[in-house]
Design a protein around this ligand. Structure first.
Ligand SMILES: *Cc1c(COP(=O)(O)O)cnc(C)c1O
Length: 455
């Protein structure tokens, strides 16, 4: 066993130098993971679930190594977070330097350069060449909440429109904005008011309705049920995350954004999951030529350090009173150092192109699998954000049991995959963009094998 995988070694290093191999030396989970999981069950609230109870000791490139020495192919990236690769050398160096300099002063007390530099980078990199400002927070949900606060302050209006199948987080306001009851909302109400839901373009389930037509339907619901003059913001994921990696029909986003502009409504793109090169563009809005008023980023932004941002038009971002936005940890210096290193790595490592290359490898192989397997209703996604929707053959009836069975089989075979979707019938793939080609292909081999074995 290599020292990298040995949990007893004094220092366990992750990053791209980890052996890039799928290696199973025990059953999944192995005995040390089982032992840790028993401790977890005694110590951690059972409400905090785990997809795959193998306990990690190192990760990097395209693998996660566990306490038993198993090396799993990573098609999850910790839910689209380690886009540049786990423990990317640039991130490790930047974080190490910053930790040694200072860990916290609170930007609202004595500020520091890293926060300003992240704001400058996001202002420059996000779509549109208008004057922009950024505010930093800790989590995706916190940033979505702040985008709503900013939009309300700017417009003097209260209502917020979100869409079917949306996921925006687990705080009180974002639970209201999230569509799915179980597990995100069940028993946790009452929820924040003035949140309204409009129909989404979902090509696989709406008969392939075109984007303009689907947008017209959504706009009619908004106008009749909310009223444009009551509406502060429309918040939408350009490609849905937890809701099933739904890619709205072309033109849908642009038509909604145009309607917002014409009605003084703030158009907010929740790019928490899609942002920072994940979809083969720096931001998923770019695929649709849409320039959002505000854009929310988080997951892929800081290589695993907790950091989120709201970026947008200076006059909207500057609307709240001074002191109205903030938080103790928002824009923590260590997280900012990580984000600067991530944004540098995205450019230096050519990660936008890498995401496109991953799509070019994955989509044809998954579509070939679909040709041979009528349980695969849809294969969709962009860049390194690709999914399979599973149904009963010849119908659109969701097959959640099959999805769970296939995910478990992938895990047992050393491939980390996640599920999603309102009906729990979507297998989603989010490999780190640092995954080497041979592991990407091997992960797809595993998928082909488990699909064949389940027939
Ligand atoms: C994950 C996610 C969030 C919430 O982010 P947290 O950091 O978990 O609070 C919000 N929106 C989208 C689209 C997400 O994928």
């Amino acid at each position: 066993m290599t020292s990298h995988a040995d949990p007893a070694s004094a220092t366990v290093h992750g990053g791209p130098d980890l052996p890039q191999e799928r290696r199973l030396v025990t059953g999944i989970p192995g005995p040390r993971s089982v032992e840790l999981h028993q401790r977890k069950q005694q110590a951690v609230s059972s409400a905090v679930g785990t997809v795959l109870p193998v306990y990690a000791v190192a990760a990097g490139g395209g693998v996660v190594v566990d306490v038993d020495g198993n090396s799993l192919i990573d098609f999850g990236s910790g839910i689209a977070v380690t886009t540049v690769g786990n423990s990317h050398p640039g991130v490790v160096a930047a974080v190490t330097d910053q930790v040694a300099a200072f860990t916290h002063t609170c930007f609202m007390v004595t500020p520091y350069d890293g926060y300003v530099a992240v704001a400058e980078r996001l202002n420059a990199l996000t779509p549109g060449d208008h004057e922009k400002r950024t505010a930093l927070f800790n989590s995706g949900a916190e940033a979505v909440e702040n985008a709503v606060k900013i939009a309300r302050s700017h417009t003097g209006r209260q209502a917020v429109v979100v869409f079917d199948h949306a996921y925006h987080g687990r705080t009180n306001l974002t639970m209201a904005m999230t569509a799915k009851n179980m597990p995100y909302k069940h028993g946790f109400g009452p929820f924040a008011g003035e949140v309204y839901r409009a129909p989404l373009s979902y090509p696989f389930r709406d008969g392939g309705r075109d984007g303009a037509d689907a947008a017209a339907q959504a706009i009619e619901v908004i106008e009749k049920q909310v009223g444009a003059t009551n509406l502060a913001a429309v918040v939408i994921e350009p490609i849905l995350g937890e809701g099933g990696f739904v890619v709205p029909a072309s033109g849908f986003l642009a038509a909604i954004a145009a309607w917002c502009r014409a009605n003084g409504v703030v158009f907010v793109a929740d790019e928490v999951q899609t942002g920072v090169a994940r979809t083969g563009a720096l931001f998923a809005c770019e695929h649709e030529g849409v320039v959002p008023d505000l854009i929310v980023t988080a997951k892929g932004l800081a290589g695993g350090m907790p950091l989120s941002a709201v970026t947008g038009h200076a006059e909207i971002m500057d609307a709240p009173h001074t002191g109205g936005l903030g938080g103790t940890y928002g824009g923590n210096p260590v997280a900012c150092a990580a984000a600067l290193a991530v944004l540098e790595a995205v450019a230096a490592d050519g990660l936008v192109e890498r995401a496109r290359a991953i799509e070019a490898t994955m989509l044809p192989r998954l579509r070939a699998l679909q040709q041979a397997d009528p349980r695969i209703g849809d294969v969709r996604g962009r860049g390194a954000m690709i999914a399979i929707e599973l149904v009963r053959p010849g119908t659109t009836e969701p097959d959640a049991a099959l999805t769970a069975q296939l995910a478990a089989a992938a895990h047992a075979d050393g491939l980390i995959v996640l599920t999603c979707g309102t009906w729990g019938n979507v297998l989603r793939f989010l490999p780190p963009l640092a995954i080497p080609d041979h592991l990407l292909e091997e992960g797809l081999d595993v998928l082909e094998r488990i699909f064949a074995a389940s027939r």
